[in-house]
Ligand binder design. Structure first.
Ligand code: GTP
Ligand code: SPV
Ligand code: MN
Length: 590
């Protein structure tokens, strides 16, 4: 396929990076196997015990390169205001110049791989094509799992099709020479100096959220950090929900949940559509339709076990890449709160020798797997993958759910009063920081719609876009907020979480249909007593009260923080959100 724009761009990038050779990724099995062999030969990847882990590979990143680096991630628009106060900004010419220095000659002695990929089914009206140039086989092998990549994409692109231009080089993995740059106005991404997931798998956060959110506003659709799942009730009806939780706050787990008893025996079933990203469009029927643009899971390993997430465990039994988990000397992988006992000895995520019970000089346990260690696995291997997951039209949404990780203040679940109040609730949501970001663990930050690190333009305009989408819908989905992470006085989670979360989803779906009872609070509607089905669960009525309680004084402090957060947007903030702020304050005071 001859695409002059593509050829010319590759020529220019190669001139800058100086690879020894250029290899086109065609999506074939033979090429994939050859690349795996090469990566194993150089030590970049390790083949696991193939009897236990067929087709599985292991990779360790540099120890300074284990999570997304938000402080090195930039939105490079011509006007600073268009990136907004929540994004790092760099002037585009300056950004190209600075990164250009790191890219210059960075691929000497290396191969430049050209990966043509489609986010979304090839040819779907939802889909977008990207080309990633990279000097990392690890990136190629991950992209082959996470996206539809290869020759077919080039055919779809044709001789003059438009695509996102992605350039990645590991550089020398020096975090002082690391930059993750987005040029939404040029449909371009430059990433240098990292080899970690979200920084380098350019189809994921960089294209499918930052660039796509920008394109979505221009083109009238939405790119969101959301899981997608179908919930089938005993009558066989399947309803779909989308849920936005910040990184490492439970999307993968919810998307694959196992119904608890008595739901399971009554015939409830869960169907996984996606665990991280949803592209959402307005259907001709006036409803919202959502699609998962990815083809794989890049999921958090620690905490994944047969009890918390058996479907994830089944998904990663073969053809999976493990990154920064513990590698046992027996060729097995293991992680904290995983399955079975740890191996007698092995090598930890940081390359150091490890054995169970290892403690540091202060006597604290030394983990074998990094808390943000991950698996990359094909969605198609998920035992409960939805038959609709590749439907080019997407699935219709019955409810949208926001949620964060909050030890206090935020109830288990509430329903917002209407779309506008739902947008306000999403815009002010917050969460405690996790290992998925560099930063102080546990610190609370506002993370609107779980998109703070992923919105490719001014977040005030993003809120405006949400409000506008609501006006266009004849039947907008109801918007809810959940918090699985409220703790008691002893610091224990009050709500059991995981599969039991279906009890909350069931109430949400009944509310969406207008069938469940609720009690009004200043925040919205919470379940009326007895409305959450607790059959088979040992949870005292007082615990439920605690989970749903709204402390007015605490919430007045929250509102003050909402205002502080909003202030940074100045006059660009839609006034509707300030009105919602006033209204909430009034409700709390009355
Ligand atoms: P990203 O891939 O970073 O976007 O994360 P994610 O939102 O998909 O989070 P994931 O499902 O991987 O969960 C992250 C962590 O939260 C894991 O350690 C889980 O064990 C834990 N977790 C998930 N769901 C629940 C829950 O319902 N309750 C509790 N207490 N913990 C949960
Ligand atoms: C997240 O941090 O939200 C992830 C992992 O899903 S990464 O792809 O690294 O962004
Ligand atoms: Mn994520």
């Amino acid at each position: 396929m001859h695409n002059p724009m593509l050829q010319e761009w590759i020529r220019q990038m190669a001139e800058m990076c100086r690879p020894d050779r250029i290899v086109w990724v065609d999506g074939s099995r033979e090429q994939k196997e050859a690349l795996e062999k090469e990566a194993v030969a150089t030590g970049e990847m390790i083949r696991l015990n193939q009897e236990k882990w067929p087709g599985c590979l292991y990779h360790r990143t540099a120890v300074n390169d284990v999570a997304r680096t938000e402080h090195l991630t930039y939105i490079c628009t011509r006007n600073k205001e268009d990136a907004g106060p929540t994004n790092n900004w760099m002037e585009p010419q300056e950004a190209y110049r600075r990164a250009g220095e790191y890219f210059r000659g960075s691929m000497r002695g290396r191969t430049m791989y050209v990966i043509p990929f489609s986010m979304g089914p090839i040819g779907s009206p939802f889909s977008k094509i990207g080309i990633e140039l990279t000097d990392s086989i690890y990136v190629v092998l991950n992209m082959l799992i996470m996206t539809r990549a290869g020759r077919e994409v080039l055919e779809q692109l044709g001789s003059d099709g438009d695509f996102t231009k992605g350039l990645h080089s590991k550089g020398d993995l020096d975090d002082k020479k690391r930059l993750i740059l987005h040029f939404p106005e040029d449909n371009t991404i430059w990433s240098v100096g990292s080899g970690y997931g979200g920084n380098v798998l350019l189809g994921k956060k960089c294209l499918s959220l930052r660039i796509a959110s920008y394109l979505g506003r221009l083109e009238g659709w939405m790119a969101e950090h959301m899981l997608l799942m179908g919930i089938e009730d005993p009558s066989g009806r399947v309803e779909y929900i989308a849920a936005a939780f910040p990184s490492a706050c439970g999307k993968t787990n919810l998307a694959m949940l196992v119904p608890p008893e008595p739901f399971r025996s009554r015939g409830y079933k869960i169907w996984t559509v996606g665990d991280d990203i949803a592209w959402i469009r307005l259907g001709e029927d006036g409803r919202l339709w959502a699609l998962n643009p990815e083809t794989g899971f890049f999921g958090v390993a620690p905490g994944t076990n047969a009890k918390s997430n058996p479907n994830a465990l089944a998904t990663i039994r073969k053809n999976t890449i493990f990154t920064n988990v513990l590698l046992g000397d027996d060729g097995n992988v293991w992680w904290e709160q995983g399955e079975g006992p740890p191996p007698a000895s092995g090598t930890a995520w940081n390359g150091r020798r490890w054995k169970p019970g290892l403690v540091d000089h202060e006597g604290k346990p030394v983990p074998g797997a990094h808390p943000n260690s991950r698996f990359t696995a094909p969605i198609s291997q998920c035992p409960i993958v939805s038959p609709e997951w590749e439907n080019p039209r997407g699935v219709p949404l019955s409810a949208i759910i926001f949620g964060g990780r909050r030890s206090t203040a935020v109830p288990l679940v509430f329903e917002t009063f209407n779309w506008r109040h739902g947008v306000y609730t999403g815009a002010t949501m917050s969460s405690e920081l996790t290992a998925a970001q560099f930063g102080t663990l546990g610190k609370v930050r506002r993370d609107p719609m779980a998109m703070l690190p992923f919105c490719g333009y001014n977040m005030a305009d993003y809120f405006g876009h949400w409000l506008k989408m609501g006006e266009k819908m004849s039947s907008p989905p109801k918007i809810f907020h959940v918090n699985w992470f409220r703790r008691d006085a002893n610091g224990n989670f009050i709500w059991p979480g995981f599969g039991e979360n279906l009890r909350v989803l069931e109430w949400i779906l009944r509310r969406a249909r207008g069938e469940a009872e609720a009690v009004e609070t200043p925040l919205g509607f919470v379940p009326a007593p007895g409305e959450i089905n607790l059959e088979g669960l040992e949870l005292s009525p007082s615990a439920m009260e605690q989970l749903l309680a709204v402390d007015r004084d605490l919430w007045l402090e929250e509102v003050a923080d909402h205002r502080r957060f909003f202030q940074q947007f100045g006059s660009r903030l839609p006034r509707e959100l300030l009105e919602e702020c006033d209204a909430l304050e009034q409700r709390l005071k009355s």
